[in-house]
Write a protein that binds this ligand. Structure first.
Ligand SMILES: [Zn+2]
Ligand SMILES: [Zn+2]
Length: 1218
């Protein structure tokens, strides 16, 4: 652009004409006739400046430049730009080089800007003076920044030879651009230099001035002048009422620290703040002394007639004052600062002191503009938040040089901030020392959000710097997690006001309330600036331990998955010695399912769960969602209470108490326990991750409504009734009596639909009864129910939920009243007709329902609670339970049972391979099932009978939360009786289950009840597992064998004996069992011990047990039968073999027949199917006497463990009987 073609002479004329018009319109007083003199002065001034650059291509006029008015800049200049009339292109190139490789220099425009420099924003006097600087012409006014202001410039017309213009961000329509004046303005009309004062000005020097403050009356009527070197300028503090700043003058010769502070608060003098330059000397005229309200000391302040002048030694003389009068008061003692006295004790260890220093550096990065965080010189952080830095916010960007006076340096503040932080308080000033040549980064709308919330954190919540830095980062993290899909940035980061709290602040509040309790004292600007010693929020700090983190749901899920697999160890799942006796099949089955619960406190820093609650219309489950993804969750309103209120959908949930559950499914082919540590035998592994928590532990924040409609990614359902405006809706109440399982079901094809073979679809049904007729919305309330034709008609109804209405599944529970709401104009009989009936009439009759209604996708459900309907049933009464007698009876006519139970164990049953979470449409041939062993809770009985519950296809995978330790209410399970008369239960399509409580976070294994064996004769009332002190009376049988780990055939000499054996490995495992007779003086019992318990029963130590088993390896099997006292044992082996002999001797010796503490469970699941035999009479021969006595039948027990009694007195009944 520098190489312009030679302009025709008439273009020079055109330029001059345009200049004249511009000057007349823009610079001359409005309404006046053209000012020839002004026009000439302007053109001369432009010419001189233009020629000063030296290379003017031979043109006397800058023809390529055009005049621009303030208004033109504001309206037409939408991009940042700069203009340098006096610069050659090489000067511009050199300047632009400073932008560096990553920055973009401001593009150069050819514009001529003229205007008056002023500190008045409008035509109003005084009130509008806030210390800001403006460029003004007839068309408007623009704020500007200037590095070295000469106060004499104010009010004069200037040509600005070098400047940058930065328009407001594109999204900020109400914002204003600003000018950065890069070089000193050129006066259009050279000012007539005012001659100095005729006689030297009488001045006071700082030392005298500060002594004068302590003398009353000396200065009455006199307004002295003060002279000295500027040692410090405070920040310009603006409050609602007025603004002020403080400057300190020191004497060149006076000792360090001897300085005097002068408060400047006259609006017209606030602009001095831009003219003051520390290190230079000034004279301030016409000062007076005032006492600051609320403080005990007096300070110098300016009067309206004060002036700020540069100090010229030849123009001043020291004012002689006699200061021999009495002192007004002693130096005010420094006030004890309240905080230092409070934490005096713990101060040395925890509290650090920041360093006060001055620093000059260049801004190299923007960390967070709304939070006032920048990077300086590539390695320091700069936090401007503890000053009011509104005007600086526009200027500060990479490339800007700053001088920071009396700035605090805080090192290792913690909380995730690694670099040292520079932070100025009100005491020190941030002085602009160089503008940036860089174009500001294109700032998106959301990047600029939150400025007023961040200010609130500092000025209202009074957060210390470490916590402020953490909070700003946490808010950014939250914004990344939730915005803009779940929330808009402005919703998360809006300014908090009493009626309209900021969501972001609410999410942080529980943490901030602990670390910085609200209600601390506000900052006092006067104290912060004036008080000696200095006291401010940045002075002392404690290193912050990062209080918590807000991981995204995907991070949480992945972390959980990783930790669960890292912790997966088959050897810990199956510890020795138990595992050494398991066959391959048993081993792999036991490894196939396991679970892990991770608590937030186990990670550092503690994790806080945040997400938007949603109900999946595809899966029917509840989910937490954030931008990264979703995580299924199982939520209880509180202990034993399900979640029923659908208004929680769409709410923001925050909780610190939750369990991250990882269910591990492993398909493996471990040949035997020896290979358990070899991961190569794991064929497939999969994890199911979900979250469990109580709503009562969570913070639930409703998200402002209008958003939900725009956020299409969120729950697609229509929202419940909106509070504003009339809505056409109708509704009907119903009481839910039973809910069926959520599973894939076949439905009849509605007439007119595609008649192809219907695929089973995910659905569920609930049965209940209508409460009253249909109601219409009247205003914001529901009108009266429509009268029914026949009040006595059966009101029972079956509601079918399929398609996207499965999302209501988790909210529907028996015993609660719900309102079914249909949007749209009133449709007669909308809730009456079944529509196209989807359930065969016969099934409806069986269900006892008169009608069947399919819930439409757009219908909604609300929990109805009010004075007429209590918010829910009393759970203990409402959940129907089968009595224990009915549950355990063999009566099969009543085969549906309901009960609450604690899950004791969960295993995957045959056949392997284990089922993997079904992929829709996937073909799976294996028909595995999940077995839950539960302890049934019965109100009327102490004992908790154990039952097995089987879950098979199509109920797999099992619902969330069926974990060992959890308490669950099962309704309408099918009761079955096994061939050996054990009772077990199976899931049915009508089965309803409700998790009552999650597994306890810490498992405290309660000791088994210690009982007398006779207590077991009470049948079903007896505890299922217990311990007893008893005596081993005799051994009935003993069997030791080696079997093939693969096919369980006998393995003599370690070789599988199966016909045509194709067993992949020749691994054999030992198995053992022993049957003992024990008694404790109250009753006798036959106890079966297996595998490693046999070793304890025989009183053998591990090495003895191993060598015993090794000696059986040859024959493969040793079995001994002891047919009674004194009888010869029968044996599979030859009687006289040493091994048999040894075992026979051992089993009859006192090392086996001894007192023990036996833990056991009933060998058979309790049932009343086979009633206990009554006691029978038995004849005994005792010497010559024949005794006839009533003998109870023998109790059959399985051994859980055998322990040696600690001391004789613990033998219970046995010791009593002696
Ligand atoms: Zn400070
Ligand atoms: Zn085999």
């Amino acid at each position: 652009m520098e190489a312009n073609p030679a302009p025709a002479p008439d273009s020079e004329q055109a330029w001059l004409e345009a200049a004249q018009t511009f000057i007349h319109e823009t610079l001359c007083p409005a309404g006046s006739s053209p000012d020839v003199q002004l026009t000439q002065s302007v053109i001369d001034c432009v010419k001189t400046t233009w020629l000063s650059q030296g290379k003017n291509q031979g043109f006397p006029l800058p023809l390529s430049y055009s005049f621009v008015s303030v208004q033109d800049l504001k309206t037409h200049q939408n991009l940042p730009c700069c203009s340098h009339l006096s610069w050659s292109s090489s000067a511009y190139q050199a300047w632009a080089q400073e932008a560096g490789p990553n920055g973009t220099p401001l593009p150069r425009e050819r514009l001529l800007l003229l205007g008056t420099l002023t500190d008045l924003s409008g035509d109003l006097e005084q009130e509008s003076r806030k210390g800001d600087l403006y460029v003004k012409d007839n068309t408007g006014v623009l704020t500007c920044e200037l590095i070295d202001l000469d106060l004499s410039w104010l009010g004069h017309l200037f040509l600005f030879p070098s400047w940058s213009y930065l328009p407001p961000a594109r999204w900020n329509s109400s914002g204003e651009g600003h000018l950065e004046l890069l070089s000193a303005p050129v006066p259009v009309c050279p000012s007539t230099t005012s001659p100095g004062p005729p006689s030297p000005l009488p001045v006071l020097y700082p030392e005298t001035a500060s002594r004068l403050l302590r003398h009353r009356g000396k200065l009455r009527g006199v307004q002295p002048n003060l002279a000295g070197k500027l040692v410090r300028v405070s920040a310009l503090v603006r409050s609602q009422k007025k603004a002020h700043f403080v400057l300190s003058l020191g004497g060149g010769s006076s000792p360090a620290g001897s300085h005097v502070s002068i408060v400047v608060q006259i609006p017209a003098q606030l602009v001095w703040h831009r003219a003051l330059w520390p290190g230079r000397s000034y004279v301030l005229t016409a000062l007076r002394v005032v006492r600051i309200r609320g403080h005990c000391y007096r300070v110098w302040t300016t009067s309206p007639s004060s002036h700020l002048l540069p100090l010229k030694p030849e123009c001043v003389r020291e004012l002689e004052l006699e200061l021999d009068g009495p002192l007004l008061e002693a130096d005010p003692a420094p006030l004890p600062t309240p905080s230092s006295s409070q934490d005096g004790d713990r101060e040395p260890a925890l509290i650090r002191h920041s360093t006060l220093l001055s620093y000059t550096g260049k801004v190299t990065g923007v960390l967070s503009q709304p939070a006032g965080l920048y990077e300086v010189d590539g390695q320091l952080a700069l936090c401007l938040a503890y000053q009011q830095f509104h005007s600086l916010r526009k200027v500060v960007r990479p490339g800007v040089s700053l001088e920071l006076q009396d700035v605090h340096l805080l090192q290792s503040v913690g909380g995730g901030t690694r670099r040292p932080v520079l932070a100025p308080c009100l005491h020190g000033a941030i002085l602009l020392r160089g503008f940036s040549c860089q174009k500001p980064e294109n700032q998106s709308f959301y990047q600029a959000q939150g400025a007023s919330l961040f200010e609130q954190l500092v000025w209202e919540r009074q957060l210390g710097l470490p916590l402020y830095l953490w909070a700003t980062r946490a808010l950014e993290e939250l914004a990344c997690k939730l915005c803009p899909h779940m929330l808009r940035h402005h919703q998360l980061l809006q300014h908090s006001s009493p009626g309209n709290p900021s969501l972001g602040l609410q999410l942080l509040a529980p943490v901030l309330d602990v670390l910085a309790p609200p209600g601390s004292t506000r900052r006092n600007a006067h104290k912060e600036i004036l008080e000696e010693p200095h006291h401010c929020p940045l002075q002392k700090y404690t290193r912050l331990q990062t209080p918590c983190s807000f991981p995204t749901l995907t991070t949480l899920k992945e972390e959980g998955r990783c930790r669960a697999w890292a912790a997966f160890d088959p050897k810990t799942l199956l510890p020795l010695p138990e595992s050494s006796h398991l066959t391959s099949c048993q081993l792999n089955q036991r490894v196939s399912w396991s679970w892990l619960s991770l608590l937030p406190a186990t990670s550092h820093p503690a994790q806080i769960l945040i997400g938007v609650l949603a109900a999946s219309s595809h899966k029917g489950c509840l989910q937490l969602r954030d931008k990264s993804g979703s995580l299924p969750c199982l939520i209880l309103a509180k202990h034993c209470q399900p979640i029923t209120d659908s208004r929680f959908i769409g709410c923001l949930v925050r909780t610190e108490k939750f369990q991250l559950v990882i269910e591990r499914n492993v398909r493996s082919n471990f040949p035997s326990y020896k290979e358990l540590n070899m991961t190569g035998f794991i064929q497939k592994q999969q994890a199911r991750v979900y979250i469990q928590f109580f709503l009562a532990d969570a913070l639930i924040l409703p998200v402002p409504r209008p958003l939900l409609h725009s956020a299409t990614s969120l729950t697609p359902q229509a929202e419940p009734t909106l509070p504003d405006g009339p809505h056409i809706e109708q509704s009907r109440l119903f009481l839910l009596s039973h809910k069926e399982a959520l599973m894939k079901r076949n439905f009849c094809v509605p007439p007119g639909a595609n008649p192809e073979v219907p695929k089973p679809i995910l659905s569920f049904c609930v049965s209940g009864s209508w409460l009253g007729g249909t109601q219409r919305k009247e205003g914001t309330a529901w009108g009266p129910p429509e009268p029914k034709g026949d009040e006595n008609k059966d009101q029972k109804v079956l509601l079918v939920f399929r398609g996207s209405s499965v999302r209501w599944f988790e909210f529907l529970h028996p015993g609660y009243v719900y309102r079914l709401v249909a949007p749209g104009p009133p449709t007669p009989l909308l809730f009456e007709e079944g529509g196209p009936s989807c359930i065969p009439q016969r099934a409806l009759e069986l269900a006892g329902c008169a009608s069947c209604l399919t819930v439409q996708d757009e219908w909604t459900l609300e929990l109805e609670s009010g004075p007429d309907f209590p918010a829910g049933p009393d759970t203990s009464k409402a959940l129907p339970k089968t009595s224990l007698d009915d549950l355990l009876s063999g009566n099969s006519s009543d085969s549906l049972v309901s009960f609450s139970a604690e899950i004791l164990s969960r295993t995957l049953c045959d056949p392997l391979p284990a089922p993997f979470w079904a992929k829709p449409g996937g073909t799976r041939t294996s028909r595995a099932s999940v077995k839950l062993t539960v302890a049934v809770e019965a109100a009327d009985c102490q004992s908790r009978p154990h039952l097995d519950i089987y879950i098979k296809e199509p109920h797999l995978p099992p619902p969330l939360g069926l974990l060992p330790g959890a308490r669950v209410y099962f309704s309408q399970l099918e009761k079955k009786i096994s061939r050996c008369h054990n009772i077990y239960c199976c899931f049915r399509p009508s089965t309803y289950l409700q998790v009552l409580s999650f597994p306890p976070e810490t498992t405290i294994s309660a000791p088994l009840p210690h009982i007398f064996l006779a207590e077991l004769l009470q049948g079903g009332r007896a505890p299922f597992q217990a311990s007893a002190s008893c005596h081993i009376v005799s051994v009935f049988s003993l069997q030791l064998l080696w079997v093939c780990a693969h096919c369980t055939s006998l393995c003599p000499q370690g070789r599988c004996t199966r016909q045509g054996s194709t067993c992949p490995t020749q691994t054999s495992v030992s198995q053992a069992s022993i049957r003992l007779l024990v008694e404790d003086g109250t009753a006798e019992a036959v106890v079966t011990c297996r595998n490693h318990h046999v070793a304890t029963a025989l009183g053998l130590c591990p090495s003895e047990w191993t060598s015993l088993l090794e000696s059986v390896r040859g024959p493969g099997k040793v079995a001994l039968q002891f047919t009674g006292p004194g009888a010869q044992p029968e044996s599979s082996a030859k009687v006289d073999e040493p091994l048999t002999l040894f075992l026979r001797t051992l089993c009859t010796s006192f090392s086996v027949l001894r007192p023990v503490v036996l833990s056991f469970e009933l060998e058979r699941k309790p049932s009343t199917v086979t009633p206990l035999e009554p006691p029978r009479l038995q004849r005994f021969q005792c010497g010559e006497l024949t005794l006839l006595t009533r003998v109870n039948p023998k109790i059959r027990l399985s051994c859980l463990s055998i322990q040696e009694p600690k001391h004789p007195s613990s033998l219970g009944a046995f010791s009593l009987s002696c």
